[in-house]
Design a protein around this ligand. Structure first.
Ligand code: COA
Length: 273
């Protein structure tokens, strides 16, 4: 298992967003534990910087998102900034535009992403987690969208992902009540894919990430593109993109390597071409 404690840490947004790389795995840490990793506008922008840097690093094949401090993944938007940045529709527009730009980076990310969730995952934290490709959580995690308790609307993108993961009825129950659910319930309704004890969460998440990073990048890209197209309305679906990535896989050196390695009874070395 890869140890991340000795790797170089790149700091963004004054240290509230941290970026690391180990064994083909990029790691972004939300690092504002005193506020349970509540997201300020600066943190959203630092998050975008870290995502961009890991996207452009050819050695990185998968990215894990996690929260520092053991108590929260992300506890939502930083409510202490609301008076200044989101006190009415006009101010909120600017906040939404700037934070949505960073979320769009995650929504269209060209590499697999995993949210590793320990503790509270609330509001905007749920938005980040739901935009990741896969969610792995600890037994003590808790999920909720308390928008109705604050008097704000959650927005199209967040709700689109919530509905596609848990269905409209659970989405309504969560949104109308603002209730929190635990990891077992989140697993049962399909909000998270796997749940682990606290002390094995990180190791299990890294193991999944390392498995992905050792697999053929083009085959993973084909799955990512095809699944994204499946989720679109049929009239919007880009079948040509699915066909193109399918052909790219079949013609790739990695497919040759995969076949050869199987016949040679050895581990394949994939290069993403
Ligand atoms: N924005 C700003 N500050 C936040 C925050 C948020 N979303 N979430 C937590 N904090 C701050 C608290 O104000 C507190 O600050 P203080 O130490 O100066 O008093 C500190 O983080 C610790 O929070 P606390 O409530 O004491 O910790 P807890 O472990 O008992 O509870 C939460 C953690 C996350 C359940 C609770 O803080 C909470 O409900 N936060 C708001 C969540 C929310 O509504 N998110 C949606 C925003 S759209």
């Amino acid at each position: 298992m890869s140890d991340v404690s000795n790797t170089r840490v790149v700091s963004h947004a004054g240290g509230s967003i941290l970026e690391q790389t180990v064994s083909g795995v990029g790691i972004v840490t939300f690092n504002n534990p005193d506020k349970r990793n509540a997201m300020s506008l600066e943190m959203w922008e630092g998050f975008g910087e870290a995502l961009t840097s890991l996207r452009d690093d050819d050695s990185v094949r998968v990215v894990i998102l996690r929260g520092a401090g053991g108590k929260a993944f992300v506890s939502g938007a930083d409510i202490s900034q609301f008076e200044k940045t989101r006190h009415n529709a006009a101010a909120s527009e600017e906040y939404s535009r700037r934070s949505a730009t960073q979320r769009e980076l995650l929504a269209t990310y060209p590499k697999p992403t995993i949210a590793c969730i320990q503790g509270f995952c609330l509001g905007g934290g749920m938005q980040v987690a739901m935009l990741a490709d896969i969610r792995i959580a600890s037994v003590d995690s808790a999920f909720g969208i308390p928008a109705a308790k604050l008097g704000i609307a959650y927005g199209y993108d967040g709700l689109r992902h919530l509905v596609s993961l848990v269905g409209p009825s659970w989405a309504r129950l969560l949104m109308y009540t603002g209730m929190r659910i635990d990891a077992a319930e989140a697993l049962r309704i399909g909000l998270v894919e796997r749940v682990f004890p606290i002390d094995t969460l990180w190791g299990e998440t890294m193991a999944i990430a390392e498995t992905i990073s050792e697999n053929a990048p083009l085959a993973i890209k084909a799955a990512r593109i095809t699944i994204a197209e499946v989720l679109k309305d049929e009239s919007q679906r880009d079948m040509a993109a699915i066909k193109a990535i399918g052909s790219a896989c079949m013609d790739s050196a990695d497919f040759r390597e995969g076949r050869q390695a199987f016949m040679d009874k050895r581990k394949p070395q994939f290069r993403g071409r």
